[in-house]
Design a protein around this ligand. Structure first.
Ligand code: TNX
Length: 559
């Protein structure tokens, strides 16, 4: 962990000169309006907390904040009530010589205000007199963590949630399954974790990706196994709920599904050996007679579900039922479930007798029709559970008559959430996110070129991370000019390079702060990188130091 002194280098490298103190903001992400009048108010650990109903959770967070201050008095008032800015996440914070008054449009608004208060108060309890009126730019401000390629422990996930909350991020996209692992215990299908979560067992001798793919750090084939028990998952959901973070679980299918396919193949073989032929077929995800030859982006040849099998629908329904029960146990609504849908390799299904028979029966000539039907069935399963469908951009795009990709208007609706990763993904430099939003989809911009935090920060032989779409510096996230009409932004921590907590934090930071600024703060035509870099260097990186967070500093003289 670099020292606070070293953190200055960030500002100095970025700005070449540092700004005068009064030109540097105090709160990250920058609030809509903040005015400080000069003068101070001192808060101590014994301050009185006065609060209205419905704020027990927020009072607990305030007490924890006060507990870190030296002994002393003070008054803090928390209330839900009318505030200047619009929206339920808005808050007003007033600090005068008598007290601190924090009002939120909702408990979430109050919680947001507490994050600002935590940034304003110095370790010895001093607050500047003044007022803040604030509300977010986007409703969706997210981080995605992939725990499939490398498993992240419960503690690591809880720490990431803490950090997200501190910077007012409110959505956690939890990438729980992929080719390399299935990370959530499902009672009805124990093989998913007994087989699918054990990389060393399921994939003998195979590292998570071939070494030739990207610059990534060497990946240890034996590391990265693990899964969350049902209880651990509920703990994560509750932790997120207390921080007003919605958790969007992702189960990636029909491609990127090797762990599940493999686990269900083993289950099938065991039941066949035990003489239970009907039971064996119940959850089979692959067609044993499939001769399709394909290669996924990550070089798998056996990672796509056979989507014509009724057992695939049964599998999905069983998983969704189990996940919905865990959300109920945590007392949080499950409103959106992400079904992945990215990078299904061409050539899948064409050699499967089951798929071909189904296509003949329906009069389909193109596997695209089979896939559309499957996606419709997925949506229907989710709808029966009262859950909206989410997927990567591939799920919402379709070739027009001329073969050019375009939004699939037949599917468009606000209950269809599209995550755009390849914003130049349409031909002729068309903006994929804007087009999908204009077509009526609910769009989250998660583009590789600005928001893939698993990429190397910069071009340097020792810098860990991929760079298949370039390097992503903190400034790339900060400089992002988002597409029109979107619901929000999300940073991606794909897991191939997330091989430890230290690495996770290093990759996340300080890019996550650039994301938070872009997702929360009003966008100027000319975002002031110099001010932002100074703010990080002077205030936020030292704060990360105090919390023991790793982060990346540019080498001297570099960006
Ligand atoms: C692409 S873009 C992927 C992931 C990888 C990532 C690595 C997309 C939706 N899928 O499967 O982890 O690149 O950067």
């Amino acid at each position: 962990v670099p020292t606070a002194d070293a953190a200055w280098r960030f500002a100095q490298n970025a700005a070449l000169s540092t700004l005068p103190e009064d030109e540097v903001g105090r709160i990250t992400p920058r609030p809509r309006a903040a005015h400080f009048t000069g003068g101070q108010y001192r808060l101590g650990r014994d301050a009185a907390v006065v609060h209205g109903a419905g704020l027990d959770n927020e009072v607990r967070f305030l007490r924890a904040l006060l507990a870190d201050l030296p002994p002393g008095e003070g008054v803090v008032t928390l209330a839900i009530g009318p505030v200047t800015e619009a929206g339920d996440e808005a808050y007003s914070l007033d600090i005068d010589a008598q007290h601190v008054a924090l009002t939120g449009a909702s408990a979430h608004g109050v919680f947001n205000g507490l994050q600002s208060l935590a940034q304003l108060v110095s370790p010895n309890g001093v607050l500047p007199l003044g007022a803040v009126q604030d509300a977010p730019r986007y409703a969706y401000r997210g981080m995605m963590l992939d725990v499939a390629r490398h498993f992240s422990s419960v503690d690591t996930v809880l720490r990431l949630l803490d950090c997200m909350a501190a910077y007012k991020l409110n959505r956690f996209h939890f990438h729980l399954t992929d080719d390399e692992g299935w990370r959530l215990e499902i009672d009805a299908l124990p093989e998913l974790t007994t087989i699918g979560a054990q990389r060393g067992v399921a994939y003998p001798g195979r590292s998570c990706l071939p070494p030739s793919f990207g610059s990534g750090a060497a990946v240890d084939a034996s590391s990265g196994s693990g899964f969350y028990t049902a209880d651990e998952f509920v703990t994560i959901l509750r932790h997120a709920k207390a921080r007003h973070i919605d958790v969007i679980p992702e189960f990636n299918l029909p491609g990127h599904a090797r762990a599940a396919v493999e686990a269900m193949r083993v289950r099938h073989a065991r039941l066949v050996a035990a003489g239970d032929l009907a039971g064996a077929d119940e959850y089979l995800l692959s067609d044993p007679a499939d001769t399709s030859a394909y290669e996924s982006v990550q070089l798998w040849h056996d990672n796509v579900m056979c989507i014509a099998l009724p057992s695939v629908d049964r599998f999905i329904d069983t998983v969704v039922t189990a996940v919905a029960a865990l959300y109920r146990e945590a007392e949080v609504p499950l409103t959106v479930l992400h079904t992945g849908g990215d990078e299904v390799p061409g050539g899948a299904w064409v050699g499967s007798p089951v798929c071909q028979a189904s296509m003949r029966a329906h009069g389909w000539t193109d596997v695209r029709e089979l896939r559309d039907d499957f996606q419709g069935r997925c949506r229907a399963i989710l709808a029966r559970h009262g859950i909206a469908f989410a997927g990567w951009e591939e799920t919402a795009l379709t070739p027009r008559a001329d073969g050019v990709l375009a939004p699939d208007r037949r599917q468009a609706g606000r209950d269809f959430h599209v995550y755009v990763w390849n914003n130049g993904g349409l031909p002729h430099e068309r903006d994929c996110a804007t087009e999908l939003a204009a077509a009526g989809f609910d769009v989250v911009l998660a583009n590789a070129t600005s928001l893939y935090f698993d990429f190397a920060h910069a071009k340097h032989p020792l810098e860990p991370g991929y760079y298949w779409a370039g390097f992503v510096g903190t400034r790339d996230a900060f400089d992002l000019a988002p597409s029109a009409g979107i619901t929000g932004l999300q940073g991606q921590l794909w897991g191939e390079n997330v091989c430890s907590r230290a690495r996770l934090e290093y990759l996340a930071m300080p890019r996550l702060l650039g994301l938070a600024e872009r997702a929360w703060s009003p966008q100027d035509t000319n975002p002031d990188w110099n001010e932002f870099a100074n703010r990080l260097g002077r205030r936020e990186l030292p704060r990360l130091d105090r919390h023991g967070w790793h982060y990346r500093l540019p080498p001297p003289g570099a960006r």
